[in-house]
Design a protein around this ligand. Sequence first.
Ligand SMILES: C[C@@H](C(=O)O)C(=O)SCCNC(=O)CCNC(=O)[C@H](O)C(C)(C)COP(=O)(O)OP(=O)(O)OC[C@H]1O[C@@H](n2cnc3c(N)ncnc32)[C@H](O)[C@@H]1OP(=O)(O)O
Ligand SMILES: [Co+2]
Length: 135
Amino acid sequence: MTKKINHIGIAVKSLEASIPFYRDTLGMAYEGSEEVAEQKVKVAFLAVGESRIELLEPTAEDSPVAKFIEKNGEGIHHIAYQVDDIETALAELQQQEVRLIDKVPRRGAHGTRIAFLHPRATGGVLTELCQAADH
Ligand SMILES: C[C@@H](C(=O)O)C(=O)SCCNC(=O)CCNC(=O)[C@H](O)C(C)(C)COP(=O)(O)OP(=O)(O)OC[C@H]1O[C@@H](n2cnc3c(N)ncnc32)[C@H](O)[C@@H]1OP(=O)(O)O
Ligand SMILES: [Co+2]
């Protein structure tokens, strides 16, 4: 079901303040930023091999990322696994009675389709499934 790690999401207070460490100090290629309104975040992607670091800045007080930072401070927020067919993956997980946050895929960054598994079902790791736009 899972093909590779598409990205690791890291909650930050400010993209502007956080990008230089990854781009300039660690030397990752900055691929751009965009707002994902449905998730109430602005995201920046930095490439590392075939995976990416996704920096997440909240755009509203009730953003899931704002709540996370309030509780835990900045830090690793989720891991996103790439799947070829997100509907099939979600159906398989439902069959195994895995607790899902999203039973129906939502829109992610750069045209991806995404769905989250609940951290209580995954040993405390918020887990995203992600189907690339060209699939
Ligand atoms: C742009 C897009 C993309 O990649 O394309 C994205 O990534 S968008 C990325 C931002 N979007 C999302 O995160 C959407 C999915 N997330 C959510 O729906 C929410 O954040 C939840 C994961 C359900 C948590 O919501 P909330 O904190 O209100 O619920 P809750 O208080 O019931 O928390 C349930 C339990 O989950 C824990 N919990 C909360 N956030 C967590 C996280 N990021 N990692 C691990 N555990 C986490 C809480 O501490 C709590 O643990 P205890 O029970 O032990 O106290
Ligand atoms: Co993500």
